[in-house]
Design a protein around this ligand. Sequence first.
Ligand code: FES
Length: 91
Amino acid sequence: MAKENLFLCMGSACHQLGVYEVLPKLQSLIQTHELEGVVELKGSFCLETCSHGIVMKLGDRCFLDISPQNVETIFTQDILPEIQATLARSP
Ligand code: FES
């Protein structure tokens, strides 16, 4: 099964907001939820929503206003269900 790409914006605005603190937290969340086999975390160029905090994208869906402080909550509440929904849709 192909892995789903989970993009994390590494553009300059997101960089200034602390994307390098968010990255290790995401890596450990992916491990904690045993998603290494299904999700590929990738850096991306600016996702063009720079005024909305750090941005992540899965499929067509963007997750906005991420910060090192709230990344765990957003991952658990919003991103994880989206990953599960995506997996349920794939053959
Ligand atoms: S720098 Fe991240 S959305 Fe533009």
